[in-house]
Ligand binder design. Structure first.
Ligand SMILES: NC(=O)c1ccc[n+]([C@@H]2O[C@H](COP(=O)([O-])OP(=O)(O)OC[C@H]3O[C@@H](n4cnc5c(N)ncnc54)[C@H](OP(=O)(O)O)[C@@H]3O)[C@@H](O)[C@H]2O)c1
Length: 293
């Protein structure tokens, strides 16, 4: 294994493995995962892997692990609380500060903003503990980077979809959706476009000390998204119900997303970094995510 990688992808899961593959032509890459099983999957794809469980206080990077130049951090915060101790542990145990860190955050930090178009100048206003943990992570990261002289970039992403990440099982289970008149806005990004945005964020000099929203540029409702997936997969369209009925019928996890409405403006990353999503059209993005017939 390359013990001094140019790039470290911390949290090398669904997005991270695609990012690691995109980085390979640029220099040695190491992916960090929590489990041996995920590390073996990375190895099988030609990506060197390190197992480091950030929930275990005494765990550490292997001896001799050199400091990478650029860190992409995609480990989610823990499932409870309002803080992100994982990120703090990661930063504290790095052998030396890297040149840059790109942090993958979520647009959930803006809270429930209704139909107003929100850009990066909109103040964070988390309304769930999940979003509070993200705000804690963003704050910890920027403060640490500023103390250490490390260049930081935060990329705030909405719902990520792609191969293996479509709501097929929910549609098969017949989970209803909120009827159009009551449904809030949500945004999406195809995983390949997110990876392209992260590659820009990790290399463009302009991206240092910047926050970027990323999205396909087409805010829609979750109801429209589910209906589109149903049409393109030949599954039955979801039944449309009132908000009150939906709360009783969908999983608590999905409901927590349905309670908020956000219309994301992602023009900054387009204007400053030249980001141009391939899958602006949700239909094409969904079709590209379906298994070959
Ligand atoms: N899915 C969405 O729609 C969405 C939207 C906005 C933001 N995000 C965020 O985007 C990021 C990437 O998402 P993803 O879908 O690629 O996530 P994912 O597939 O769940 O991958 C998460 C990665 O983090 C690692 N990890 C988890 N807990 C860890 C710990 N305690 N110590 C070390 N590593 C740990 C996992 O390792 P193991 O595989 O070994 O467990 C895995 O490599 C995440 O932060 C996610 O919350 C996602």
């Amino acid at each position: 294994m390359a013990m001094t990688a140019r790039y470290l992808v911390a949290g090398c899961g669904y997005v991270g493995v695609r990012l690691a593959r995109g980085l390979l032509p640029r220099g040695p890459v190491v992916g960090l995962t929590r489990s041996e099983a995920s590390a073996e999957q990375l190895d099988a794809q030609g990506i060197d892997a390190v197992v480091w469980d950030l929930d275990v206080a005494e765990s550490a990077l292997p001896r001799g692990f050199g400091t990478p130049s650029v860190v992409f951090y995609l480990v989610p915060p823990p499932a409870t609380g309002v803080l992100d101790p994982r990120l703090k542990r990661f930063l504290a145990l790095l052998p030396a500060p890297p040149a840059r860190i790109v942090y993958v955050s979520t647009t959930g930090v803006y809270g429930n903003t209704g139909s107003v178009l929100i850009d990066e100048t909109t103040p964070v206003n988390p309304s769930t503990d999940r979003a509070r943990r993200r705000v804690d992570a963003e704050t910890s990261l920027t403060q640490w980077c500023e103390r250490q002289g490390v260049g930081w970039t935060i990329v705030r992403t909405p719902g990520i979809y792609g191969p293996g990440r479509l709501p097929i099982e929910r549609l098969k289970r017949g989970e209803p959706m909120i009827r159009h008149a009551e449904a809030g806005y949500s945004s999406r990004i195809h995983v390949d476009d997110l990876v392209a945005a992260l590659l820009l964020a990790g290399s463009a000099p302009r991206a240092v000390e910047r926050i970027y929203n990323v999205s396909d540029g087409n805010p829609a409702t979750m109801t429209e998204y589910f209906e589109r997936v149903a049409t393109l997969t030949g599954l039955p369209a979801p039944a449309l119900v009132s908000r009150a009925e939906a709360e009783k019928a969908v999983s608590p996890g999905l409901w927590s997303y349905l309670t908020e409405s956000r219309r994301i403006d992602s023009s900054r990353i387009r204007d400053e970094l030249g980001f141009a999503p391939r899958f602006k059209d949700l239909r094409l993005g969904i079709l590209s995510s379906l298994p070959a017939p």
